[in-house]
Design a protein around this ligand. Structure first.
Ligand code: PLP
Ligand code: ZN
Length: 461
């Protein structure tokens, strides 16, 4: 009899299945991505999402407290004794009238899902607890990832927590200091590869195979299981009402892929009656998905998608020496490993893709900060994307929208200080008007002049 939980190749023409005890970064038969799949009829699943609310009453139990594991029936691949948690997922999803106004939405129509509140300061923790639980289940001792920063910060944290050895691959000089600080502080062995993220990704896959490292990048299907929980918490915050749109920045496309899978499964289980639309936002400096979808019109085609077209795009990038370059370093990725899964999510969610320039990302980021939350540059791509989509009339002004703010503002202080002061680190110039720059005022060490400077500020709001 087949297992109730298994791994399966996403390409419908292959569809090969594997046990969940196997550690695989790709389908051994055809090289495509793998999914974790469930035979729901043989697993305990609540008949209403409301049933999860009972876990609020037992928050003293770590698995009920976790914003991932309190939905554990929806990612039911391991025993409780293997589950890893540091209390991730204590996030908020709140309306933000001021950011809504900036984006052109109705004042009560925009919700911000703030993932900066996670233990390592980004949404990556949602996925990491799931992947680390799988790693424990299979007895892994050493974990590795390529990272633009947040994956390494999160992996390093959970490796320290579980006592595993962490090896991170980062592009030399390409990682924001807040994130680098975390990897080092949590004790990860940090390899600064002389190359960009895409180079790191290529090398870590090879190294994982050769040296027997457990790979923590989002090609790991177990990681994406954890990231589904972000959408469960969004629904929970909206009293289980499905919003009209989910808007998320797109880098390696793990998050968007996980969201699509979450909604497809909830619909299949009859736990929601409709699926929200999804918008994935690239930076124009790292716009591979935008090109594949909007120029090459690639679709998932129910699992029989055009793999050759993606390979050709990668070849074209090689030939033209095209590289990703954006101040939003978390999405500075030219060869998103989850491109195919993201195409599937776009199909499931009737989704759209846009690319927004760094100047709009940084202006949106300044608005998110000024309106009382703050986020790192990549996160603000969601708000900048929403603003575009409303201007285009794709998102209606009165629709209910959730923008995912993927990471904490302290992750990348250089980008923020650069924007407000104009003093960028070399190579980090976002250019553009810096519309909301909040310039510091320099004053001599003299109380008269200090008071004059304060008078000069006006009465404030
Ligand atoms: C990783 C990351 C992203 C990109 O997410 P993907 O799942 O790779 O598309 C966006 N923002 C932040 C802050 C991140 O850390
Ligand atoms: Zn396959």
């Amino acid at each position: 009899m087949a297992e109730a939980v298994y791994q399966q190749c996403i390409d419908a023409r292959c569809g090969a299945t594997y046990g969940i005890e196997q550690v695989l970064a790709a389908c051994p038969a055809c090289g495509d991505l793998l999914d974790v799949r469930y035979d729901w009829d043989r697993l305990p699943v609540p008949d209403s999402l409301r049933a999860f609310e009972s876990r609020w009453a037992s928050r003293d139990r770590p698995l009920d407290f976790s914003g991932v594991w309190r939905f554990r029936e929806l990612l039911n691949f391991c025993d409780d004794r293997h589950k890893v948690t540091l209390g991730e997922g204590q996030t908020i999803c709140q309306p933000n009238p001021a950011v809504a106004e900036y984006a052109g939405a109705a004042r009560d129509g925009l919700f911000l899902q703030y993932e900066g509140l996670n233990p390592s300061g980004s949404f990556k923790d949602n996925g990491m607890v799931a992947a680390f639980s799988h790693a424990r289940m299979v007895g892994a001792r050493r974990v590795a990832c390529a990272s633009t920063g947040n994956t390494s910060a999160s992996m390093a944290l959970y490796a320290a927590h579980t006592g595993m050895q962490a090896i991170v691959f980062v592009g030399a000089g390409r990682i924001a200091f807040g994130k680098m600080a975390q990897a080092l502080d949590y004790g990860a062995h940090t390899l600064e590869i002389e190359g960009d993220f895409d180079a790191c990704m290529r090398q870590v896959k090879l190294a994982a195979e050769r040296c027997g490292l457990y790979l923590m990048n989002s090609v790991n299907p177990f990681r994406l299981e954890g990231q589904k929980a972000i959408m469960y918490r969004v629904l929970e915050a909206l009293h289980w009402e499905v919003p009209d749109w989910i808007i998320v920045p797109g880098g390696n496309l793990g998050n968007s892929s996980a969201f699509g899978k979450a909604f497809a499964e909830l619909k299949e289980l009859g736990l929601i009656d409709r699926i929200p639309r999804l918008a994935v936002i690239n930076s124009t400096g790292a716009d591979t998905l935008d090109r594949l979808v909007n120029q090459k019109h690639l679709t998932f085609n129910a699992g029989s998608y055009d793999r050759q077209a993606i390979a050709e795009d990668w070849q074209w990038q090689d030939q033209t020496e095209r590289r990703a370059s954006t101040i939003a370093s978390a999405i500075e990725i030219a060869r998103p490993v989850n491109a195919a899964k993201c195409l599937r999510a776009l199909e499931v969610c009737n989704g759209v893709v846009r690319a927004v320039p760094d100047s709009e990302i940084m202006d949106a980021k300044a608005q998110v900060g000024r309106c009382g939350l703050g986020c790192e540059p990549a996160s603000a791509a969601s708000v900048a994307g929403l603003r575009r989509l409303i201007a285009e009339g794709v998102v209606g002004r009165n629709q209910r929208v959730v923008c995912v703010l993927t990471g904490h503002p302290l992750k990348d202080p250089d980008a923020t200080v650069g924007y407000h002061t104009g003093r960028y680190k070399p190579g980090k110039d976002a250019r553009g008007p810096r519309t909301f720059a909040n310039r510091p005022v320099r004053v001599v060490d003299d109380i008269e002049q200090i008071c004059q400077a304060i008078e000069g500020l006006g009465a404030g709001q």
